[in-house]
Ligand binder design. Sequence first.
Ligand code: PLP
Length: 379
Amino acid sequence: MKIGTKVIHAGVHPDPSTGAVMTPIFQTSTYAQKTPGDHKGYEYSRTHNPTRAVFENNIAALENGKFGLAFSSGMAATDTIAKLLEPGDEVISTNDLYGGTYRIFTKVFQPYGVSFKFVDCSEPERVLDLINEKTKMIWIETPTNPLLKVIDIKAISDIAKGKGITVVVDNTFATPCLQTPLDLGADIVVHSVTKYLGGHSDVVMGALIVNNADLHEKLAFIQNSCGGIPSPHDCFLVLRGIKTLNLRMQRHCENAEGIAKYLGDHPKVGKVIYPGFEDHPGHGIAKKQMSGYGGMVSFVLEEDNQDAVFGLLERLKLFTLAESLGGVESLAGHPATMTHASIPREERLKAGLPDGLIRLSVGIEDIEDLNADLEQALN
Ligand SMILES: *Cc1c(COP(=O)(O)O)cnc(C)c1O
């Protein structure tokens, strides 16, 4: 099945008890048993819930994986994966990581004795240099947030192979419509379902997908033990959102390309970062491992000071100034004071994230209206 069909059908079947075409919301915490232990696979909803199970099967199929697990947020999924680690273990990750992931690594897991090394993973040889016998995990995002660097998933997976290192790819920005990391050798794919998968800015949810049965068993054990699970209602909303994921991604990609070109030609705009540009350093790898360049565009103004940047953000009307991304509506953000404020300024600058960078999550509105909004705000 191709992705446009999978988003609608994979793992989703009419409800066997009623024939309902849409997956029912099984809003129940517990399940009747005839005699102790005689049940239909469902005992308690922290462990299993039928609405959640449909979402877990659907997302697994989209990522070409065997097993999916759903969580109450992207961070709850991240937390579950990090709990595979033990004191003394080392993790290598990228240096322009999502701010919340950087925070949970350095503020929550580091005190438990896990160490983290951050490096520009778009140069895989730098990752290779940091690997030692303590390295247990490599954690990447691609394209990265907000610098949209492209990391070669296959090259990173090849480096880790045979060394007992688990490769985790945060696929939130690309979605399985544009890239499937398990096919390129990754061990775990993690998502902030809150973003493109949900797609309507009305749910906070997370997921992870794996192929390996032992790894799935360990992660499902942590999911059930720690309990960061989503509600059946949220799973329903996401199943509904995913039905249009492929269509939405096509439009997000088209609109982002249009906006990147518009900004690139504007005299008041300095550098525009967009993986679809041929002079983007990761363009070649993006072309190889992705089927589209995504809906995110970052840029700096020619006049790079806080007044100019905040003035532009305040004048935008259709682009809402807000954290988050991946919804149908266009959003603008200022990473240095918003999503990436938890990363110290020196670290941010070292990673190449200037104070004035503006990040756009380009929505699925009409491109003429989006360009007109940027035009009035820039002038
Ligand atoms: C938002 C985000 C997360 C965190 O997900 P939540 O659903 O907000 O907990 C992780 N990674 C990336 C790339 C994100 O954009």
